[in-house]
Design a protein around this ligand. Structure first.
Ligand SMILES: [Zn+2]
Length: 529
């Protein structure tokens, strides 16, 4: 067995800021053993010529819904070229309906009404008109809204008398359900609908991991175990994947349960370089698209300010307990009010209990008040942001937020405030490839080609740093992963283009020719290793 691989023939960046990349890198025992000029290279068992490739530390997707991406791929997509309007998508549903056996559910996904001329989600009446006699369940691309026809409402036992769950809502018109469910209500719907066998879900989840590996990703965090089917069913699927072994990524998990439930399930925060459970997820508010993100002010186009997903006291309890028991908190917070609430909760938890590792995470940090940056930085909060939301959503932000929309999804001002920033996809809500995220960090171009808040663009180096070092910090892997200096884990990708010199168009299309995790190949279609 080859013990010592010497990589040569390319440009090897130790980290995003490396101004003098190495010509050669020795890998031994799963670690970087040496870097430097070819003529100084120590002896090796095998020389690997990467033929002009660019080497970067392996990327981290710090927030992705691996299981949900796999499921979304099986649904009738509303984002395809044949679904450029609500009318066209409904027609597509009708065609699929006519080709399916009777009684089977029809599932659709990727609905983003903001990209359609009608600017409307399909409701029960619209779906009934094309599919009257089988259950249809559609998922908005954000995962926070469900749309159903009458048959699905009936199959799930939902009727006008059904009460709204706390933190969620079944939309109603003249007392009747419209078929649209939001937040907690949508969650209940997705969990109650029939689902494929565990083995099938595991297989499609594994394919998503392989796709990340093809993009040069070596670690990822599943951002809410429990979001799609509930915690215990998803936990079982992850255990199955672990048994199957040979995974191409180092994985971290956010368990979408409270600290008390974690204790009941005997789940404890731990450190494991391959399989890390040390993070609990809480949704503090909703999203801008559904007008459920909690704002201090009002939305521009509708009456309302969004809402918190839990009582304030419950949010504070969650954070205090999680912190006290050694968990990392990952809090979904988008509206400025939600962001202030979570920062306050983290500040008081840290003041009440001194702990060694206290870096909690705020996911999205979508519409912060400018005063939040400094407070978050002082508390060591890690911001996990999603640049590819800009091409997918930003054209709709002025509708929701009026002249305040430029405050959405900042990037440069976070770094300027001294915050640690990690990039992520939040796929299926954002684009899966980290390179589309890096491209969006750099260009901040919306789907219509506008530039959203030019002062918030990042350099390519800052962007790559957010996906390498930033991602490692978010997973609390810093110190042993995220750069390629001597002694660090041999997690790296050989890219087909140099991100620091290619055009911004090419940036979004970069792929990996060879991805190595811990000195083992995860993706090697050319047989380089
Ligand atoms: Zn997410």
């Amino acid at each position: 067995m080859v013990k010592r691989h010497l990589l040569t023939g390319g440009t090897i960046y130790r980290h995003a800021w490396d101004e003098h990349p190495a010509e050669a890198m020795l890998i031994a025992d799963g670690r970087v053993a040496w870097l430097g000029a070819v003529q100084d290279a120590p002896s090796s068992d095998r020389v690997v010529d990467i033929e002009g490739g660019t080497v970067l530390p392996g990327l981290t997707d710090a927030h992705v819904h691996l299981l949900a991406v796999g499921q979304a791929r099986k649904q009738i997509s509303a984002a395809g070229p044949d679904s450029q309007s609500l009318g066209a998508y409904l027609q597509r549903l009708q065609e699929v309906h006519e080709s399916l056996p009777t009684d089977e559910w029809l599932f659709g996904g990727d609905v983003n009404e903001q990209l359609w001329p009608e600017k409307q989600m399909p409701d029960r009446a619209a779906i009934d008109a094309v599919v009257p006699d089988r259950p249809v369940l559609l998922r908005r691309f954000c995962g926070h809204v469900a749309m159903m026809n009458s048959h699905a409402l009936e199959a799930l036992g939902l009727c006008p008398e059904t009460a709204d769950p706390s933190g969620g809502q079944f939309d109603r018109r003249d007392g009747a359900l419209t078929g649209i469910a939001r937040e907690r209500a949508a969650e209940l719907v997705f969990r109650a609908a029939p689902r494929p066998a565990d083995g099938e879900i595991a297989k499609s989840t594994r394919q998503v991991m392989d796709d990340l590996s093809r993009a040069g990703v070596t670690a990822a965090v599943d951002a809410a175990v429990g979001f799609t089917f509930g915690f215990e069913p998803e936990w079982a699927i992850w255990k199955l994947l672990r048994q199957q072994g040979d995974l191409p990524l180092r994985l971290g998990f956010m368990a979408q349960i409270d600290p008390g439930t974690a204790e009941v399930l005997s789940l404890e925060p731990g450190r494991d370089p391959w399989w890390q459970w040390r993070t609990l997820k809480i949704f503090v508010d909703g999203i801008i698209g559904a007008r459920t993100a909690a704002l201090h002010g009002r939305y521009h186009d509708v009456v309302g300010s969004g809402h918190l997903m839990h009582d304030l006291a419950d949010i504070q309890d969650f954070v205090h307990e999680a912190h006290r028991r050694g968990w990392q908190v990952a809090a979904h917070a988008i509206g400025d009010r939600a962001i202030d609430v979570i920062i306050g909760a983290i500040a008081s938890a840290q003041a009440a209990c001194q702990r060694e590792e206290t870096r909690h995470r705020v996911e999205h940090f979508g519409f912060p008040d400018p005063s939040a940056f400094q407070r978050a930085a002082e508390l060591g909060i890690i911001i996990v942001t999603q640049p590819s939301f800009i091409p997918r959503m930003a054209d709709a932000w002025p509708i929701a937020l009026g002249d305040q929309h430029h405050r959405c999804f900042p990037a440069r001002s976070l770094i300027d405030a001294g915050l640690c920033v990690a990039g992520s996809s939040d796929s299926p809500t954002g684009a899966l490839s980290p390179w589309e995220g890096i491209q969006a960090f750099v260009t901040r171009r919306t789907a219509s080609g506008k530039q959203m808040a030019a002062q918030e663009t990042l350099s390519v180096r800052q962007s790559v740093d957010a996906y390498t070092n930033g991602g490692a910090v978010a997973m609390q892997h810093n110190g042993w992963r995220g750069t390629l200096i001597t002694g660090m884990a041999a997690d790296f990708a050989v890219l087909d283009k140099n991100p620091f010199s290619c055009s911004s168009e090419d940036l979004g299309r970069i792929t990996s020719r060879l991805t190595v995790v811990g000195g083992q190949t995860a993706h090697d279609p050319e047989g380089i290793w």
